[in-house]
Design a protein around this ligand. Structure first.
Ligand code: AHM
Ligand code: MG
Length: 367
């Protein structure tokens, strides 16, 4: 047998039974509904595959394998978030992380889920998490694994217990080819413009994921009924200007004078029409800014002269997404993506959003 199906010889003695329609769906309605449903689904895996085929036909599939590991992890985290209250994931662990912040149970769980989902993807050499003191070296620099994954497993920890949106942010880099082995840090501490991909997931009223590989930003919603991320918007564009600003104004007194002037202006008659939104989860504040436009600010304060947000796990990936969507991201002095990191948990001021709104903030800051 060669495995191909062959027609059986015609048996002239038997009556031929003609089947006009599938017996299971005599009216044909069900078949039509199924077609509508399946033809409108584009899963994230399919999307990545199709774009890879058209834009990088020589790609080995290694990258999509890696990305699918991250997405699996976020589906598991999403499932825990949705069951918080029934399963024991709320509250603090009682310990502090390397940055002196209280660690929540869900922070630890999310970190472990990502680490275990990525740990067996052979092409990842290094994993760097906001929750870990040190990078995890999975393969030594001279081995094949060329990707470095950096992530904030659960952004917006202070919102976990009060049912407000939280999220996961990730950044993907490649090992440097110009430095042969040596220090792991040389591979990790690369400027953001070298990222090969970045993305985030918001566990909000629905679970939404956005990613970029440098050719636009694409957005998906997790369909819990089938457990798959379904495409909802391709090539997302951030409005050039918005009417929302987002900042923790409680720190106003500690902000640079230029930022204080901006805050006066944004509430003035001249600016008229701005509203304020501040969730306190960067990933959720950014998601809104991406869709509606406007600006998010976490400037330096007297207490935190470098701001609070982390360059490698928060600012860099979101800056890549912002730029890919036509927006901008700066630390006040330079483009976020041009910053050369000097340490793992480095912090940075962050002004991110619509180009016109980011420019306006900079005008006040530097006048
Ligand atoms: P986290 O990653 O530990 O949750 O901390 C970062 C969070 C951001 O999500 C958010 O923008 C910021 O901290 C809020 O800080 P603040 O409470 O000072 O306004
Ligand atoms: Mg965070």
């Amino acid at each position: 047998m060669d495995g191909t199906r062959r027609a059986r010889p015609f048996d002239a003695g038997r009556p031929v039974r003609r089947v006009e329609k599938p017996a299971i769906d005599p009216s044909g309605e069900f078949t039509v509904k199924m077609d509508e449903m399946t033809s409108s689904i584009t899963t994230v895996e399919q999307h990545i595959f199709e774009r890879q085929e058209s834009q990088h036909p020589a790609a080995s599939g290694q990258f999509s394998w890696l990305l699918s590991g991250i997405l699996l992890a976020t589906r598991i985290i999403s499932a825990y978030v949705r069951r918080a209250g029934f399963v024991d994931v709320l509250g603090a662990t009682g310990s502090k992380n390397v940055q002196g912040e209280l660690v929540q149970k869900l922070d630890v769980l999310a970190n472990e889920i990502i680490v275990s989902c990525l740990g067996y993807r052979g092409n990842i050499g290094i994993m760097v998490s906001e929750e870990d003191d040190e990078p995890r070296i999975l393969k030594e620099p001279d081995e094949q694994a060329r990707y470095i994954v950096l992530f904030d497993p659960l952004d917006g920890s202070s919102n976990i217990d009060v049912n407000v949106s939280i999220g996961t942010i990730f950044s993907i880099q490649q090992r440097r080819e110009d430095v042969k082995a040596h220090s792991v840090m040389e591979h990790i501490l690369q400027p953001g413009y070298k990222q090969v991909a970045a993305g985030y997931v918001v566990y909000g009223s629905s679970t939404v994921m956005a990613y970029t590989t440098g050719d636009g930003v694409h957005m998906f919603t997790l369909d819990p009924s089938i457990g798959a991320y379904r495409l909802c918007q391709e090539n997302v564009k951030m409005p050039e200007h918005g009417n929302l600003y987002s900042i923790n104004e409680a720190y106003r007194r500690q902000f640079p004078p230029g930022i204080q002037k901006y805050l006066d202006w944004v509430k003035s008659e001249e600016a008229e029409g701005y509203g304020l939104r501040y969730i306190g989860s960067l990933v959720a504040d950014f998601h809104r800014t991406l869709l509606k436009g406007g600006v998010f600010l976490y400037p330096p304060t007297q207490k935190a002269p470098q701001g609070k947000l982390r360059l490698l796990y928060e600012a860099n990936p979101l800056a890549m997404i912002a730029e890919q969507a036509g927006g901008a991201a700066t630390d006040g002095a330079q483009r976020i993506l041009d910053k050369v990191p000097t340490s793992l948990h480095e912090r940075t001021p962050l002004i991110i959003g619509s180009t016109a709104d980011v420019d306006r903030v900079l005008q006040f800051w530097h006048q």
